[in-house]
Design a protein. Structure first.
Length: 186
C-alpha cells in the first residue's frame, strides 16, 4: 500500500486526474465533406514550432477526413457551448451535419481547408507535422500554423472532461507572472 491516506483506484480511470486540458472541437474537411468532433485527449508538445498532439480514434468518422487531409482546426469552446460539445460528441458525422444540428457556424480558415467554428473562443489551424504514431496509437502531431483568439474574456470558462459524462469548469485564475522566468520554458 502506497500510503494510508490513499486508496487503490482503477488505472483505466486515471484520466479523471490527468486530464491534459480543455475539451476541444476538432473540425475537418476532405473531398467536399466536413465534420466536427469532440476531443479531450490532446497535449501541447512544443512551443516553437507550436506543436500539439491529439489522439483521434480510428473508429471516429473524423479520423478518415483528418488522415486524408493532413490538417484540421482545433477549436476551443467555452462553458456556454457545453450542450453542443456533448451533442457533437454523442453524434456521428456519418449520418448528420453536426454544424447544422448543433448551431455551429463554419468559418473558412486562412491556411487550412477545415472550417473554424465562430462560436468558439479560439481556433488553431493545424497541419500534420508527424504521423509515425498514428498506425499504433492513433496519435497525430500537429503544427499550429495560424491561431485565432477572441480578445475577451481573457480567461474564458473552458470545460474539462473527467469521464463518465462529468465535466469540470475552469476555475479561479492565479497570477504568478511576477515569479515567471522565460528560461523556465527551456
Amino acid at each position: 500500500m502506497a500510503g494510508n491516506e490513499w486508496r487503490a483506484y482503477p488505472v483505466a480511470r486515471a484520466r479523471r486526474y490527468l486530464e491534459p486540458g480543455p475539451v476541444v472541437l476538432v473540425s475537418s474537411a476532405w473531398a467536399g465533406e466536413r465534420n466536427v468532433m469532440t476531443l479531450g485527449w490532446h497535449t501541447v508538445m512544443e512551443f516553437s514550432p507550436s506543436l500539439a498532439g491529439c489522439m483521434i480514434s480510428a473508429g471516429n468518422h473524423s479520423f478518415r477526413l483528418i488522415r486524408e487531409a493532413g490538417e484540421c482546426v482545433i477549436n476551443l469552446p467555452t462553458l456556454a457551448l457545453l450542450d453542443a460539445v456533448v451533442g457533437v460528441g454523442n453524434t456521428t458525422g456519418a449520418s448528420v451535419d453536426k454544424f447544422e444540428r448543433f448551431g455551429l457556424t463554419p468559418v473558412p480558415g486562412e491556411v487550412v481547408a477545415a472550417p473554424l467554428i465562430r462560436e468558439c473562443h479560439a481556433a488553431f489551424e493545424c497541419r500534420l507535422a508527424e504521423d509515425r504514431l498514428v498506425p499504433d496509437y492513433n496519435f497525430f502531431v500537429w503544427e499550429i500554423v495560424r491561431a485565432w483568439v477572441k480578445p475577451a474574456p481573457e480567461w474564458p470558462q473552458t470545460v474539462h472532461y473527467t469521464g463518465d459524462g462529468v465535466f469540470m469548469v475552469s476555475g479561479e485564475t492565479v497570477d504568478r507572472s511576477a515569479d515567471f522566468r522565460p528560461e523556465m520554458l527551456l
